[in-house]
Design a protein. Sequence first.
Length: 637
Amino acid sequence: MIKLRTTYLILLAFILIMIQPLSAFADTETKDKDQSVQIQLKLGEDHITINDQSITVETPYANNGVTLVPLRVITSAFGAALSWASETQTVGLTYNGTSISLQIGSTTATVNGKEEQIEVAPELKNGTTMVPLRFISEKFGASVKFDEATSTIAISSTRAAGTDAGGIDSDLGKTHIGNSYYGWSMKYPTGLVKSYQSFKEDYVSFNDANGEYHINISVKSDMTENMSEDALLDLLVDQTDGEPLLEKKYVSSGAHPYALLKSKDDGELFEYRAYQSGDKVYILIFTIVKEETDKVITKHNAYQDLLNSFQMSFDTSVKTLKDLSTVKDGLRMYTDETYGISIKIPAEWSKSGSNSEMIQFIDPKKKRSIGYRVTSKSDSDTLQKWSDRTAQNYTQLYASAYSKSEAARSIVVDGNQALVSRTSNTFDNRIWDSTENVYLIKGNYKYYIVIDFSNKDDLSDSFIQSTLQSIKIGKPSSSIGTIKDSSENLDRSKTSVVKNKNYNYTISIPDYWKLNAAKSKNGILEYTFGMGHFLFLAADSELAGLTTQEIVKQFKENALVQYGGTDVKETVNRTETVDGVQAVWIEWEVKDLVTTMSLLQKDGNYYLFTAVYPKAIQTEFLQKQLLDTIKSFQTTK
């Protein structure tokens, strides 16, 4: 649950006010091409004209000869994307690849990452952000003309393709708001501003422009149908932060019964509601920032009227109902402004947050995924080198009997030449996992796009093609620096020597193996290599008093227990010279896993090496690497 505190609301208040819905001008026809925009305004007058329609705004004025206008004039004119950093009071504007950053009270602006000086700093006036008109307009490529005789300013520009003026103009005439995909709606009072919406649209938060309240709406799908009253109330209790409860009951009166909780904490009042329709539960969390505000009867009635307007339906035929959903034909467009890439994703898929390098989307059954990674292009790298390098790494990762790979072929993605290849691998010779690997270079960046699926998912080539056709590659953010492609100079044969003074040994470990630092202590080293694990134990006290044969027997018995009594198939039983002494070297298979174990005794101490990995990655390269790693072990004085 997200609870915005009073301090944050104060800092945020002015940005919410300046992006309130305008009262006029909406383009009734959606166009994919750029739209011409003509703006006229006059100093000292509280209205502007956009394409012959008048809008009331905070009065534009001149400061030291520089015309300052409300920021929403800019967003309306250009359809510029808007961002706000409350800590630094910094406004960000992005339009057709140009990014401008302005700070309240500062005469230093940033344009595409480079600092520039402006004559007059942005100001706050009556809660509205006023910005220098000519500076921004000309940076965005607009024409600005000033008629001194009439003090009239005329701006000619084009609105960015596919925009709805930053979500401002689309509010014209909208009295209700909701989500057609999840099927809910409610009243849309003046000053209610959307502050956040999750990728899946199952969570959205609104703030009141005056800072009096905020409301969060979340949708939980695939829930048990016909939940009991107590079950819904318990669900609400889980949403609280443990603050004292004022009320807890089920409201059965009215068209839409709901579970209700009320609580208070640190001067704030909270009202929680849970509605159920089919397998969906809708949870509303309403926060009143100052408890005394709710004591004003008109305010209290307005709050309750807003909450009571919530409905578990969305009527697409109602023109006064604004739709927050971006889902069209079962797909939603995901836009990454940082990397300048857009891609259509199935509506029911989720965005994974487990990997900061690979942005990934996963289907509900976790069987398919779409992802991309953006890295910097080195001067010497090419599409063909990149593709060939990845293919070579693939042969080092998977045994030939468990993998397949196709030669790369040329395709076009968003007008850019690209290479695509399909790789497949299996771990049991029944289910094959496949990956469509797409390599694209544009400007200084490389875009690696992957679509993962299995042979049992029946993922058609048409789905892959439509996904690739939906991709748009724009201009990355100017804040991006160099992002190293770790695979470009990857050498899996490169090693580094690990030394342990407490247990007096050295061992050479491949650089691409990843250390588990939390478990690597007290003479233990643990590494992962892809889907494999390597473990080293030095002078382990648990081995004291056991013979080599007993230790081996114990490990095999543990394997039997771990894998449900499946037979252990011993494939190797020999000795190897390690650190000048004969070490036992045994390998066995359990199901589709391989275990390599080496054990040596020297100067009264035992040293144990084990590696467990899928048989599918038992390549000659890996077998030699494990042998070399273990035989590099040396005791020291």
